[in-house]
Design a protein around this ligand. Structure first.
Ligand code: NGQ
Ligand code: ZN
Length: 455
C-alpha cells in the first residue's frame, strides 16, 4: 500500500487540489480525496498528476516501417499502395523481431502518455502462412512485450478470412492473417486462458473488417463468447471500402453493421471515417466507441471523421496510434481538433455544452472512450481504477503558468517538448525522469531488427 500526495491532480470532474491517492499492493487505486493535508507517510508527486491514456488501436509491427513510405512510388499513391508496402514487411517478420518491435514501441508509448494499449493483432502464422507449432506464438510475443514494457494490454486476436466483401479468397500477401472460424475460436480460447494470470492483460474479440469476415462468422464468434467483452472492427476508413460495400450489399458499411449486428457500448468501431449524418447519429446513440487514429488517418489520406457533429450528439470516442507514424497522446488529440478546423474552416469545434476548453474535452473524452474500448478499469484517477498515472513537469513554462482550465490546452496545443516526466502503471513507476529500465537494451535490439528488415 502506498499513499501519494499531489498538489494538482486531474480527476474525472476536473482538476483538484491537494489530492491524496491511495494505491494497493496490487496496483489499484483504493481511495482518492481532494483538499487534504499531506500525511506523514505520503509520497509527494513533483508535478501535475494526470491519468495515463489508453491507446485503443495498435498494429505494433507497423512501427518498423514508420517514415519509410513518405516517397512517391506510384503517381496514384494511396492507402492501397501503402498496404502493398506494409504486406512486404509482413512477409519478413519473425516472432523474435515482432517481440522486439513491440517492446520498443510500448516503451515509446509509455513515454508519450499511453499506459495501456489495445493490440489489433492479425499476424498469426509463419512466413509461408503455415501455423506455428503453438498457434498463439505471435500473440504471446505481444503479451510478453507488454509485460516487459509494463504497459496494460487488451489483446485482440483478429478474425481475418477473406480479401473482400462476399467472401473473396485471400490474396497471397494475406497468408499470415488467415483463420477460419474454428481455428479462430481455438486461438481465442487458448489466449484467454494464457492471459488469465496477467493482472494488466485481457483479451477481446476482433473482426478485421467487413471485407475480411462474413455475417455467419461474426454471429458464431459472438455466440461462442456471449459474456460482455470488447469487440473491435475496422470500418469505413476508405471511400473505396464504402463503394465496394454498397456494390455488394446496397448498404454502406456502418449501415450494414447496424442492420446485422447488435452494436452497443462494447463495440469499438475503428476509424468510422466516412459517415452519413444518419450513421453518425446511429453510432452516437448506440454507445459504441469511435476509435479515431488521427495521425494514421492523416498519413494514409483517409478523410475526416465528423467529430463536431458526433460530439454534439454525445458520442463516445477514443484515440489510437494505429500504424504508429506518430506515438504521442498530445499530437493525436491535437489533430482531432485540427482536422475539424481544416474541414469547417473555423476554430474551437470540439466543445461540449458545459466545457468550452477544447483540451479538457479532448483529454477527458479520450480517457473515457479508451477505458470502454479496452474493457479495463483504466483512464481515471478514482477508487477502483488501476493506478496508471502520468506526472507532467511542473517546471515546464507553459504548464507552470497555466490555470486549471488552460493546463491541458497548453500541453496539447503549445508544449514543444514532451512534459511527461514519470509514468506509473499498475502502481509501479515504469518511466522515471523520462527513462525506462530497458531503454538501452531495447534500443539496441530495435536498431538491429530494423537493419535486418531493410536488408
Ligand atoms: C491494417 N490499417 O489492418 O493494418 C489496416 C490496413 C486493411 C489501417 N486500416 C489494411 N490503417 O485495412 O486492409
Ligand atoms: Zn488498424
Amino acid at each position: 500500500m502506498a499513499v501519494y500526495f499531489a498538489a494538482k491532480a486531474l480527476l474525472p470532474q476536473g482538476w483538484a487540489n491537494n489530492v491524496t491517492v491511495s494505491v494497493s499492493a496490487q496496483g489499484m487505486i483504493t481511495a482518492v480525496e481532494s483538499d487534504t493535508l499531506a500525511a506523514d507517510n505520503s509520497i509527494h508527486i513533483n508535478g501535475f498528476l494526470v491519468p495515463g491514456m489508453p491507446n485503443l488501436h495498435s498494429h505494433a509491427f507497423q512501427r518498423a516501417m514508420a517514415g519509410l513510405t513518405e516517397v512517391v512510388g506510384d503517381p496514384a499513391d494511396s492507402f492501397w499502395t501503402w498496404r502493398d508496402l506494409m504486406y512486404r514487411l509482413v512477409d519478413k517478420i519473425t516472432p523474435q523481431q515482432l517481440e522486439t518491435i513491440a517492446t520498443y514501441l510500448y516503451i515509446e508509448m509509455l513515454k508519450a502518455g499511453y499506459t495501456s494499449v489495445a493490440e489489433f493483432h492479425y499476424l498469426h502464422h509463419d512466413r509461408g502462412g503455415k501455423g506455428y507449432a503453438n498457434p498463439a506464438e505471435l500473440a504471446l510475443r505481444i503479451s510478453q512485450a507488454a509485460k516487459s514494457a509494463s504497459i496494460g494490454l487488451t489483446l485482440l486476436p483478429v478474425l481475418y478470412s477473406y480479401a473482400g466483401f462476399g467472401a473473396q479468397p485471400a490474396s497471397a500477401g494475406q497468408g499470415r492473417f488467415i483463420n477460419d472460424t474454428d481455428s479462430y475460436l481455438a486461438l481465442y480460447d487458448a489466449l484467454s486462458s494464457e492471459l488469465a494470470g496477467e493482472p494488466m492483460q485481457r483479451t477481446g474479440l476482433c473482426f478485421h473488417s467487413l471485407r475480411a469476415v462474413t455475417l455467419e462468422q461474426m454471429q458464431r464468434v459472438q455466440e461462442a463468447f456471449p459474456q460482455p467483452q470488447p469487440v473491435h472492427i475496422h470500418i469505413a476508413e476508405q471511400q473505396k471500402e464504402v463503394a465496394d460495400c454498397l456494390a455488394w450489399s446496397g448498404l454502406r458499411p456502418v449501415e450494414w453493421l447496424y442492420r446485422h449486428m447488435p452494436v452497443d457500448a462494447q463495440w469499438c468501431l475503428i476509424h468510422a471515417t466516412h459517415l452519413t449524418a444518419d450513421e453518425t447519429r446511429q453510432i452516437a446513440a448506440s454507445g459504441a466507441v469511435a476509435g479515431l487514429c488521427l495521425t494514421t488517418e492523416a498519413n494514409l489520406g483517409d478523410g475526416i471523421f465528423p467529430g463536431a457533429e458526433y460530439l454534439s450528439q454525445q458520442g463516445n470516442w477514443g484515440i489510437g496510434s494505429d500504424s504508429h507514424i506518430s506515438v504521442s497522446v498530445s499530437e493525436d488529440l491535437r489533430w482531432f481538433e485540427y482536422g475539424q478546423r481544416l474541414n469547417h474552416r473555423r476554430r474551437n469545434l470540439l466543445h461540449l455544452p458545459a466545457q468550452p476548453y477544447i483540451g479538457n474535452v479532448l483529454y477527458q473524452g479520450a480517457l473515457q472512450g479508451g477505458r470502454m474500448a479496452l474493457g479495463q478499469p483504466v483512464g481515471q484517477i478514482a477508487a477502483g481504477a488501476r493506478a496508471d498515472m502520468l506526472v507532467l513537469d511542473g517546471r515546464d513554462p507553459f504548464l507552470a503558468t497555466a490555470d486549471d482550465n488552460e493546463r491541458l490546452n497548453r500541453w496539447i496545443f503549445a508544449c514543444a517538448a514532451n512534459p511527461i516526466k514519470d509514468v506509473m502503471t499498475g502502481g509501479r513507476w515504469v518511466i522515471e525522469d523520462g527513462q525506462h529500465q530497458l531503454d538501452e537494451k531495447t534500443t539496441r535490439d530495435f536498431i538491429t531488427v530494423m537493419q535486418q528488415l531493410r536488408a
